[in-house]
Design a protein around this ligand. Structure first.
Ligand code: CA
Ligand code: CA
Ligand code: CA
Length: 510
């Protein structure tokens, strides 16, 4: 429209409506209070200067390859409207306030976009803002308005929303993939923000590549959240997934999907919840870079347990004489096989996990006990044992092939497990009706699982003695239930141990 008018200065004072605006070198100023409505596209070519101090409403594309496209005045507003698609391209744009007010059409970024005050989504069906591979930076203000499947910020590309904030708060990121609105709120109200703090968020419509191998209830939805220059950062995430994100296999149900976070050190499930009715997940995180999603809940436990039979001679550790005989497959669960047995492993242990009130068994797994009493994950001896589909607060029952079972007294937060040193008799359930024996046996300065329940009956008595006597008579060797001292053989030593421990009947507190 204004080709080759290099020296023209146009000052817009009232309300103007143009078909399209191609500026090849003029200086166009929209004064404060004035409105320019462009029914088509705005193209600011080389040497072009556009300064908006009022309202610029554009229904078509915006292309800026000119000298200046200044939308930064605090009196200014950029309205993206119309029924056709808008593409923003060229030199990265910076605007003070932006309103999304389209009708069933999207705005797509083909360049970076910084908004210095606010981004508002007006009305309904006003289209998505697809940031594609570019970053949308919100500099201090908020993203407000009405969001829906057809009105949100599509961050399924490589770009992120970067929310620059200098004060703590709960911040909504109205993200989605262009089809489904899947927002996440990062509640960092308790964190310390400074000038230069920011949160970066985008979402991906795929499952986490780090998803636990045996997860059978999870989402094809990941929210990437990164915090920069924020201290005391331990936010609560609240995210909403689309029903189409849900993946269930092997008969798993959607209620198994809870908030899960992946980052340095692996998966965490702090304060994890899930609501398959509202499709809402929550979780707490403590890392600056997190991948938040929904999977089966894998609570963890941090336990220290001693088997009396492996510490009959005393000392600070248990015997590992049985180590080379320990089978890769758990004696308690045929489906659980360790890739290898750690050289300091003493034996397998069975762990049944219950809900908070100890009324419902949620699952059963096996773990390995190391010589210092540490209980480790069978897949990875540097990790804590995991409890798939357990509850956030849960109880545990510990059983062994020839030791008497015991259980927790108070439910444990398996999303943020604290160390449970059962050798110090901490959090061990006592059944007041059992007067013959304590749940664990205090010996050599430690509380240990009682030796001698060779038939896993929750009672140590003459039956166990008879079993050990019978099977040790032929002095077999290997991984044997009647090898009470973990020596790798059953013989007269085990016979003597059985006779001593079964002389007085003992019962499990459970
Ligand atoms: Ca659902
Ligand atoms: Ca028994
Ligand atoms: Ca033995």
């Amino acid at each position: 429209m204004f080709k080759n008018l290099l020296t023209l200065i146009i000052c817009l004072l009232g309300v103007s409506a143009w078909g399209q605006l191609i500026n090849d070198g003029a200086t166009i100023v929209i004064e404060s209070g004035a409105t320019l409505v462009v029914e088509g596209s705005v193209t600011n070519n080389v040497n072009g200067v556009i300064t908006n101090n009022g309202t610029l409403e554009v229904k078509g594309d915006i292309t800026h390859n000119g000298t200046t496209f200044d939308l930064s005045a605090s009196t200014s507003k950029l309205i993206l409207s119309g029924t056709g698609a808008t593409d923003i391209s060229g030199t990265p744009l910076s605007a003070y306030a932006v309103e999304m007010n389209k009708s069933g059409a999207d705005v797509t970024l083909s360049t970076g976009f910084t908004i210095n005050n606010s981004l508002a989504f007006l009305g309904t069906n006003n289209g998505d803002l697809d940031i594609a591979g570019f970053d949308l930076v919100i500099n201090g203000g908020d993203i407000t308005g009405t969001f829906a499947n057809n009105s949100h910020i599509n961050t399924s590309g490589a770009g992120v929303i970067q929310l620059n904030k200098s004060s703590a708060g709960a911040y909504l990121f109205p993200v989605g993939d262009g089809t489904s609105y899947t927002p996440i709120t990062v509640d960092a109200s308790s964190a310390s923000f400074v000038s230069g703090s920011n949160l970066k968020v985008n979402t991906e419509s795929t499952a986490s590549t780090n998803k636990p191998a045996d997860a059978d209830a999870y989402l094809n939805r990941v929210w990437n959240v990164e915090a920069t220059n924020i201290s005391n950062y331990a936010p609560t995430m609240t995210a909403e997934y689309a029903q189409s994100d849900v993946v269930l296999t092997g008969g798993a149900t959607e209620d198994k999907i809870l908030g899960a976070s992946y980052g340095t050190g692996g998966w965490t499930y702090m304060a994890a919840t899930g609501d398959d009715g509202t499709n809402t997940l929550t979780g707490s995180v403590d890392r600056a870079v997190e991948e938040f999603t929904g999977t089966n809940f894998y609570g963890k436990g941090d336990f220290k347990i001693f088997f009396q039979g492996a510490n009959l001679g005393g000392g600070s550790t248990m015997s590992t004489a049985l180590n080379s005989s320990i089978p890769l497959t758990s004696p308690y669960h045929g489906s659980i096989t360790a890739p290898s047995i750690p050289v300091n492993a003493v034996d397998w242990i069975k762990i049944d996990y219950y809900d908070q009130t100890m009324t419902t068994l949620k699952g059963s797994t096996s773990a390995l006990v190391l010589s210092d009493g540490t209980v480790v994950d069978f897949n990875n001896s540097t990790d804590l044992p995991k409890f798939k589909d357990g509850t956030l607060m849960g109880h545990f029952v510990f059983s062994h092939r020839n030791h008497m079972a015991f259980r927790t007294n108070a439910a444990i937060d398996t999303g943020s497990p604290t160390f449970q040193d059962f050798t110090s008799n901490i959090n061990v359930y006592v059944d007041g009706s059992i007067l013959t024996n304590t749940p664990l046996n205090l010996t050599n300065g430690k509380h240990m699982m009682w030796c001698g329940d060779a038939n896993q009956s929750a009672t140590i008595n003459s039956t166990d003695f008879a079993i050990v006597k019978f099977f040790s008579a032929t002095t077999p060797s290997g991984y044997l239930d009647y090898d009470l001292n973990f020596s790798g053989a059953a013989n007269s030593t085990d016979f003597s141990i059985a006779r001593a421990f079964t002389a007085v009947t003992k019962s499990a507190h459970q």
